[in-house]
Design a protein around this ligand. Structure first.
Ligand code: MG
Length: 389
């Protein structure tokens, strides 16, 4: 798919000018910590960017978590990179004009060293520019992507639970709300039994296990014991760098192997598919460097016959809305990690994505999603920084 440049409703020939970017540190925390093989997530700071142009503004959320672990990126580092390199570099580019959304990724990529790439920081700024340009032009992300669906299916995510009973209780609550696809965090020794218990309790729920890279190829016999459960896939069983191991594991077990952490760019995805390491793809716009890279990744999955779903990063409501629009593209044949928006202790300034019974709405108003509630935003903001021209 070739994305059209967004047409701006201004005097012909008049460029949209970039005035500056405000960074806001949002101190959010999860109402219920999420336990994974890679650690427990409780605090959820979000670096928010507000891109200000001479005709309007837009917001972008940085998905980097509080600590490194899921990836090498983390929120405090993303702040420094945005403040010190990416925002000044964008302001200097194109003589202060707002680049077209399709150009932003390349501009930002060139500002970081290859060995120090930070796709989540880049994605946040690209998101802010895209939101601003779409709002100014009165268009939604869905319209920009050619997505017309009013809703998309939404799957839920459950962390590692201390007992099978607790796990079943949590999935039962999701099931009661209409969720029909559930991702369960697993790790060695906490996999076959809980997933078997779930399969026994919920025959009509599509299940997948997410290992966050906790296994090694030598665990293939244990992982093969998941085959009779008919899982959609096992997500990121081996460490991110081990493409050859994933390809070999895919040959040894019946459950399809899905990659998440391994896919940091479209080039990574291409290599993973070519080597047989990626039978299902979990596409996260932030991890791949932005929504436009995610669109390209989805097209690669579609043309390669690799089923895909849109992954989640414990986002606030803006990125959740944008993810729902992305998930309306034809490559996303598996429900994404879109349910469970009510995760935060304090109110989400963008509001939780409404769960409509196993589906969530696609945002069809201008921009990527809702504007923040000013009072809520002020309550959770602990630091701001303005970088202007
Ligand atoms: Mg994952």
């Amino acid at each position: 798919m070739c994305l059209p440049d967004v047409c701006l409703p201004m005097t012909p020939g008049e460029p949209l000018r970039l005035v500056g970017v405000e960074l806001r540190w949002l101190e959010l925390s999860l109402a219920e910590p999420l336990d994974t093989a890679g650690g427990t997530h409780a605090a959820r700071p979000i670096v928010l960017v507000r891109v200000v142009t001479d005709h309007g503004e837009g917001y972008g959320e940085c998905a980097a978590l509080a600590e490194p672990g899921y990836s090498h990126e983390y929120a405090a580092r993303a702040w420094r990179t945005l403040e010190g390199r990416l925002v000044p570099g964008l302001l200097d580019s194109a003589g202060g004009q707002v680049p077209s959304p399709g150009e932003v990724g390349g501009i930002l990529e060139a500002l970081l060293d290859t060995g120090d790439d930070q796709p989540m920081a880049r994605a946040a700024l690209e998101m802010g520019v895209l939101d601003a340009v779409l709002r100014v032009s009165g268009r939604s992300l869905a319209e920009y992507l050619g997505v017309t669906a009013p809703v998309v299916p939404a799957g839920g995510v459950v962390g590692i639970c201390s007992t099978p009973g607790e796990l079943i209780e949590k999935v039962a609550a999701m099931h009661d709300r209409g969720t029909r696809r559930v991702k369960v965090k697993i790790r060695p020794g906490h996999d076959v039994e809980p997933l078997s218990a779930l399969r026994g309790a919920f025959g009509d729920v599509e299940l997948l296990g997410d290992a966050n890279g906790a296994y090694r190829l030598g665990d293939h016999r244990r992982l093969a014991r998941l085959d009779p459960l008919g899982l959609l896939c096992i997500e990121q069983p081996l460490p991110a760098h081990d493409l050859a191991g994933h390809a070999e594991l895919a040959r040894r077990i019946g459950t399809p192997v899905c990659l998440d952490e391994s896919l940091r760019s479209v080039a990574d995805l291409e290599k993973a598919i070519a080597t047989g390491a990626c039978e299902v793809a979990c596409i996260k716009p932030a991890r791949m460097g932005g929504y436009l890279a995610a669109v390209a990744a989805s097209e690669m999955c579609l043309s390669s016959g690799v089923p895909a779903y849109c992954g989640g990063m414990l986002e606030a409501g803006l990125a959740r809305a944008a993810n729902a629009a992305l998930a309306g593209l034809p490559a996303f044949t598996i429900p994404g990690d879109l349910a469970g928006g009510e995760r935060f202790v304090e109110g989400d300034p963008f509001g939780a994505l409404e769960d409509l019974g196993g589906v969530v709405p696609v945002w069809h108003s201008p921009g990527l999603g809702p504007c923040p509630d000013v009072a809520s935003l002020a309550r959770v903001t602990t630091r701001t920084s303005w970088v202007g021209r």
